[in-house]
Design a protein around this ligand. Structure first.
Ligand SMILES: [Zn+2]
Length: 358
């Protein structure tokens, strides 16, 4: 999830917009312009922004309810297909997940009701110009919110209906089995919807179905990974047999080290044994091609690497590793001593072993 810009911060949650959303704005504006000139373009964009404000409100329904159960939401991302609130974790109680999943659609329902009441009371008073002569602003906004509500309650991941279904199943058969069954049901219905879309000439439906299919699979494997890693901390996950390289060594030394064993990422240390950075295989290759083999490790390494503590929990460690974009992170204890190396390969091995034992 690179490619995002942060547009604001509310109640500890960053609101981010994916850059592809801007393409949608441009596309939408162009369509409005072709229909009604500059006023049409403005009207179309206003409608789009109003719609996305509604989507943000929907997401904050989830976020505020999650906050009630002590689950933080670091960010919410607006994609052309809707909003995604990235909850820090799924609450342990299925009942809490049920309430969080329902809070978003409840907000959308409230928006639909308020807009309907406004329409019934005053007609479509604030006309900002019209994109479609038959679809004035408030009415269009109300209708799209209604579609959104129905779409979101579809019982498949990653829609809210899928989470409701999972919560209901999980309360009877546990999180992993509940998620697996909810994901399979979601994927099966996505296949049906996708085939219908392709045969019935509704390519957009097929695209949404594909997105549902992939989302369901990703959700199931994320939950399985999370449960497999439950109770683990970095201390148990880290590689303890590894080589380091001094910051003043040459890249020729680094190549020798790289070729002498399986290790591909090396913590870079100074004279005192403190971590200065990480030297990856890519760093070595790029450094040699740009500055030659006699240049130093210090010039080629990745700096500003966030070390992790040995006591850090599984899920957070995994997220730090993923968000760093590096294949390995150094593990440094409270006294600043390098005690291990956190790598995705090692975590994968550990989870395979744990699953085989279970
Ligand atoms: Zn939602």
């Amino acid at each position: 999830m690179g490619w995002t810009i942060t547009i604001g911060r509310v109640a500890g949650t960053e609101i981010k917009v994916h850059l592809t959303f801007l393409i949608l704005v441009a596309f939408w504006g162009m369509a409005g312009y072709q229909q009604g000139g500059l006023a049409g373009a403005v009207a179309a964009c206003l409608l789009l922004f109003a719609l996305f404000a509604c989507v943000v409100l929907h997401e904050f329904g989830h976020i505020l309810m999650a906050g009630q159960f002590g689950v933080r939401t670091p960010d919410v991302i607006l994609l052309p297909i809707g909003g995604v609130a990235r909850l820090e974790r799924i609450p342990d109680e299925p009942k809490q997940e049920l309430l969080i999943a329902l809070a978003g659609p409840a907000v959308t329902l409230a928006i639909v009701l308020v807009l309907s009441a406004l329409l019934a009371l005053g007609g479509d008073a604030p006309r900002f110009g019209q994109l479609d002569p038959d679809g004035p602003f408030l009415e269009t906004l109300m209708q799209v919110n209604l579609y959104l509500l129905i779409f979101n309650l579809f019982p498949a991941f990653p829609m809210d209906g899928g989470r409701v279904l999972r919560a209901l199943l999980a309360s009877r058969m546990g999180l992993v089995r509940g998620t697996r069954i909810a994901a399979r049901l979601g994927q099966a219905s996505a296949v049906v919807a996708g085939l219908y879309g392709l045969s019935g000439g509704a390519p957009l439906l097929a695209l949404v179905a594909l997105f549902v299919f992939l989302g369901a699979g990703a959700e199931a494997s994320a939950v399985e990974t999370r449960v497999a890693g439950e109770g683990l901390d970095v201390h148990q996950m880290m590689v303890t047999h590894f080589r380091t390289i001094p910051v003043y060594a040459t890249l020729a030394d680094a190549v020798e080290l790289l070729l002498s064993g399986e290790q591909r990422e090396f913590p870079v240390v100074d004279n005192m044994g403190r971590v200065e950075g990480v030297l990856t295989r890519d760093n070595i290759i790029r450094g040699i091609s740009q500055r030659g083999p006699s240049s130093t490790v210090g010039e080629a390494m990745t700096t500003q690497v966030q070390a992790v503590a040995p006591g850090l929990g599984f899920q957070e460690a995994l997220e730090r590793l993923r968000s760093s974009g590096l294949p390995a992170l150094p593990v440094v204890d409270g006294s600043g001593r390098l005690v291990g190396l956190l790598t995705l390969d090692n975590i994968t091995d550990l989870l395979l072993v744990r699953r085989a034992r279970a």
